[in-house]
Design a protein around this ligand. Structure first.
Ligand code: 13P
Length: 298
């Protein structure tokens, strides 16, 4: 039996669902029951009926699934698949920010640890960040940890924002010069970017959206060529779902080494051993859940 068949068989026996982020390797996307962005994947994790969730993404995503579905076993095929952006802020940092800005509510990007979420009032993802900041019941917002998403939100709200200086090292590699060069080579192409890109890149973009938002935009748009400002993994879905359109990655350096740590072999081993498991302990889980539910309820 080949690897894919083994995974499919064991997935049934274990009563498992496989979720994959849009940046995962093509072969992982192919075996997944659902491929999506952070918001979509957390919604599915919450309502999944299976006993086991194999989360092909990075650590904070598996943690979010475990927070939302504590009765389930959440497996992260490679425990070392972390998120450097999430690691740029600690719970202690958030406590200090709250003391410094007592009138502000804390909005934490989902790319944060469970401990940081537990100190936050609301979560947000790249798909709903503007909406969440607009709707939170305060005029001042502490926005953590991504400075670029924070900048993008601040351009779309009148609220006073205190933005943490974190960033995604993979999106940071996409430079405005890359976009300018590609625009010259492909004058009809639209620039579509993820809000984790540098602000100079965002300012050159026609459309800024979450990973699934980028895919939706391209599908519905009547253009034919696109410069894609995000991690390279998204190109697999774009090319598969829009075979008649042309996509130019903004930078071939935009490859997230953590997202690529999950492989078919590791998915199979995770199903065999029911390990590595991500489990968020109480009381961190209940506190973090409040911030995520506050987001989902908005
Ligand atoms: P999305 O929620 O847009 O998929 O983004 C997740 C992420 O970590 C982007 O780097």
């Amino acid at each position: 039996m080949d690897l894919v068949e083994k995974i499919k068989k064991l997935k049934k026996e274990r009563n498992a669902i496989i979720l994959a982020h849009n940046y995962q390797l093509p072969e992982i996307q192919e075996i997944a029951d659902f491929v999506g962005d952070s918001l979509e994947l957390s919604r599915i994790a919450k309502k999944a009926e299976e006993e086991v969730i194999v989360f092909c993404g990075v650590h904070f995503m598996a943690e979010t699934a475990s927070i939302l579905a504590p009765e389930k076993k959440v497996l992260l095929p490679d425990m070392n698949a972390g998120c450097p952006l999430a690691n740029m802020i600690t719970a202690e940092d958030v406590k200090r920010l709250k003391e410094k800005f007592p009138k502000a509510l804390v909005v934490a990007y989902i790319n944060t640890s469970a401990e940081v979420k537990a100190e936050s009032d609301y979560c947000c993802t790249s798909a709903n960040a503007v909406d969440v900041v607009e709707k939170v019941p305060s005029e001042e917002v502490i926005f953590i940890p991504d400075r670029n998403l924070g900048y993008y939100v601040s351009k779309n709200t009148n609220k006073k924002m205190y933005i943490w200086d974190g960033f995604c090292p993979t999106h940071q590699r996409i430079l405005p010069q890359d976009i300018e060069k590609l625009k010259k080579e492909h004058p009809n192409a639209k620039v579509v970017s993820h809000p984790e890109c540098r602000k100079e890149v965002l300012e050159l973009s026609h459309k800024i959206a979450s990973t699934s938002g980028i895919i939706r935009f391209v599908k519905e748009d009547d253009g034919r060529e696109y410069i894609i400002g995000t991690e390279m993994g998204i190109l697999y879905r774009l090319r598969k779902e829009c075979p008649d359109k042309l996509f130019y990655p903004a930078s071939s350096l935009a490859v997230c080494p953590n997202m690529k740590k999950n492989t078919l072999e590791k998915v199979l081993w995770a199903l065999e051993d029911l390990n590595p498991e991500v489990k968020v302990p109480e009381p961190i889980r209940s506190k973090a859940l409040k911030a995520i539910e506050n987001m989902l309820n908005l």
